[in-house]
Design a protein around this ligand. Sequence first.
Ligand SMILES: Cc1cc2nc3c(=O)[nH]c(=O)nc-3n(C[C@H](O)[C@H](O)[C@H](O)COP(=O)(O)OP(=O)(O)OC[C@H]3O[C@@H](n4cnc5c(N)ncnc54)[C@H](O)[C@@H]3O)c2cc1C
Length: 205
Amino acid sequence: MSPAPAVGSANRDAHSVGTNGTTTVLSCGIIGVGIAGLAAAIALRRAGHNVEIFEKSTFKNEIGAAVTLTPNAMRVLHRWGFDAVRAGTTEKEQYRRLDAETLQVLAHYDFSNVREKFGTPGREHAFAAFHRVDLHEGLRAMVRELGVEVQLGREAVRVDCGEGVVRFRDGGEAKKDLLVVADGIKVSDSPSSHCDTQVETPLHQ
Ligand SMILES: Cc1cc2nc3c(=O)[nH]c(=O)nc-3n(C[C@H](O)[C@H](O)[C@H](O)COP(=O)(O)OP(=O)(O)OC[C@H]3O[C@@H](n4cnc5c(N)ncnc54)[C@H](O)[C@@H]3O)c2cc1C
């Protein structure tokens, strides 16, 4: 196996790591089963890698309100075979922000040209709003179908970036070729916050 890449690095060439022209199957660990963790799991699994997700909560009740998905994200979902209509998406046609007292329109964005500008891949909307719970459940179902194991109640407390090892609050640990920290917006208490090997890589490169 190849050495563990740095946590947080965009290992876009993971599928072509092999030195003799063969495809290397990586063992991947994902920390966090939010939208980002689920999406990373689907992409990696579809690329042929083995994936396991570690989630600190037990998710008895998933919560949330509206989440917006832009046309590029909708295209990715479509390519994965995600049934956005079944997941209850609605189309965003405009956005208006009003003064709470006078109802004067403070900001207005017209999205009616989005379909024409970016196209729509199928029967889905080009610029969509989901209830977070519906989107999460739909992605979760895809992850299940792809055979990805989700371990609930496993809080990562430390990530060893050099060794590719994640340690859990319950005392256990896991070693992976690739670790993806998808633990949401955090500043200081992320299990990988001590890693000085984190790099931010623009997605377009
Ligand atoms: C409960 C909830 C409700 C939300 N509701 C809305 C909403 O209504 N509208 C909106 O626009 N956005 C909402 N968001 C935010 C939105 O879903 C995310 O910001 C966005 O989708 C990015 O997702 P993410 O996967 O990066 O992060 P998140 O969705 O925050 O997911 C991170 C996951 O990592 C897990 N995690 C964190 N630390 C650890 C750890 N140390 N070990 C293991 N697991 C860990 C968390 O429990 C969580 O499941 C919500 C997020 C959450 C968690």
